[in-house]
Design a protein around this ligand. Structure first.
Ligand code: UDP
Length: 423
């Protein structure tokens, strides 16, 4: 059965925020694109998020058929993820009140994103008598097993909260088979309830284009060797690995000094907020401040130009449940060098559309980046394949798979409540 109206819960970040800094990243992009695709299929989507400013309207239209509801819960200002659990009761109350203005049965399904929303979704599911589908996006146990040196582990309260949501949800959506297995092995999820749905990429926005045109637009010389990073600046994303690798490349090939450009796009996030200048200081320390350019978070149109301008896009994360940046760069015809972690081996076809690096060592990364960026023939071949590889992943495909999961959630929900009804 197809839902007519879906309540999407996104407590800690809004799809209206600019991704690439703070708590806004791939999840926001995911929610936006799948909501828009659902609306195109005639399904209304209402996204509930916490109000962070008194100037936000109670309801805003994201796109035809997609509303964002700003729920007051705590102060009208951004709150850290560690502060949000104390606001979940207020948030849940706001969600339930919004629904109570309508006739019973207004929403056919709840889809929660990230564990904080899962806590709210579980109550809404019970109250409304509709299925709960949950996407974790990241998992504390997985993150804690692969921390960057000196990074702070995720708290126990999150682990417990995630375990509760996994136990309660009617269906769990995993980005890749690896994440599906992690939900089962680390969180004891029922394998039947876990559905793998690969995320997508906006193939209309992220398209191949002229490299020199993009460089001109960004003020970069045509003959530069450009290595790019895009995303939230935090230890988990490891932009420092790119900087170390660039310094290593220059140590081995000093003649590149005039041509090398390291482009870092994004703003501080997570534990990176504690030292927002750390990456700039590292560039100075490594003697590559003249080669490194920092850009604030960019809208998709400009980000596409960054990808097109780059010889290689680096995704050196310690953990990545999927890695949308990797797909977007490939869709723009740029090979990706990525860490061999989490979902990145799905996002990048090793040796075909880019390279996967099994370590985070500067020498390994310098070798991999140089072997693509400095070999035009190889780069051209990987670039062609990258476009083809990315074509497989559209948001329309993701949305079709999500809708199939919603159908199964509805079936298992009915099967679970029928015996109770019969009593
Ligand atoms: N992004 C953006 N502008 C930027 C940097 C990143 O819009 O300056 C977007 C990017 O297009 C991608 C998302 O942020 O869709 C990051 O998603 P990813 O899965 O790579 O990482 P996450 O943020 O989920 O950890």
């Amino acid at each position: 059965m197809r839902p007519r109206r879906v309540a999407v819960l996104s407590v800690h970040t809004s799809p209206l925020e600019q991704p690439g800094t703070g708590d806004a990243g791939g999840m926001n992009v995911y929610i936006t694109h799948t909501a828009v695709e659902m609306a195109r299929r005639g399904i209304s989507v209402e996204v509930f998020t916490r109000a962070t400013s008194s100037e936000q309207p109670p309801v805003a239209e994201l796109a035809p058929g997609v509303l964002v509801r700003h729920i007051p819960a705590g102060p009208f200002e951004p709150l850290g993820k560690d502060e949000l659990p104390a606001q979940l009761c207020a948030f849940t109350s706001g969600v339930l009140r919004a629904e109570a203005f309508h006739e019973p049965g207004y929403y056919d399904l709840v889809h929660s994103h990230y564990w904080l929303s899962g806590q709210v979704g579980w109550l809404a599911r019970d109250r409304w008598g509709v299925p709960l589908v949950h996407t974790a996006h990241t998992l504390a146990k997985v993150k804690n097993a692969a921390l960057a040196e000196g990074d702070c582990p995720e708290p126990r309260t999150r682990v417990i909260g995630e375990e509760q949501v996994v136990a309660e949800a009617d269906c769990l959506v995993a980005n890749t088979p690896v994440e599906a297995r992690q939900l089962v092995s680390l969180y004891d999820a029922d394998p039947q309830s876990v559905h793998t749905v690969e995320p997508g990429v906006d193939l209309r926005r992220f398209t191949p284009g002229s490299r020199s045109g993009a460089r001109q637009r960004l003020g970069l010389p045509d003959d530069a060797v450009v290595l790019a990073f895009a995303g939230r600046i935090q230890p988990l994303k490891a932009p420092d690995v790119l900087l170390h690798a660039a310094a290593e490349l220059l140590r081995k090939q000093p003649e590149l000094r005039q041509r090398l450009v390291v482009l870092v796009v994004g703003g501080p996030s997570g534990s990176g907020l504690e030292q927002p200048q750390a990456l700039k200081e590292l560039a100075v320390h490594l003697g590559i401040e003249g080669q490194t350019r920092f850009l604030p978070p960019q809208h998709a149109e400009m980000l596409a130009e960054v990808y097109r301008a780059a010889d290689v896009v680096a995704v050196p994360s310690y953990n990545e449940s999927f890695g949308l940046v990797a797909l977007e760069a490939q869709a723009c015809g740029t090979p990706v060098v990525a860490a061999e972690v989490g979902g990145l081996p799905v996002a990048v076809a090793h040796g075909v559309s880019g390279l996967l690096v099994p370590t985070h060592s500067a020498a390994d990364w310098a070798g991999a980046l140089g072997s693509v960026a400095l070999r035009p023939d190889r780069r051209a071949e990987l670039a062609d394949n990258a476009v083809q590889h990315a074509q497989r992943f559209s948001w329309a495909r993701t949305t079709d798979a999500l809708l199939a999961t919603y159908g199964e959630a509805a079936d298992s929900f009915r099967a679970a409540i029928l015996p109770e009804v019969a009593v």
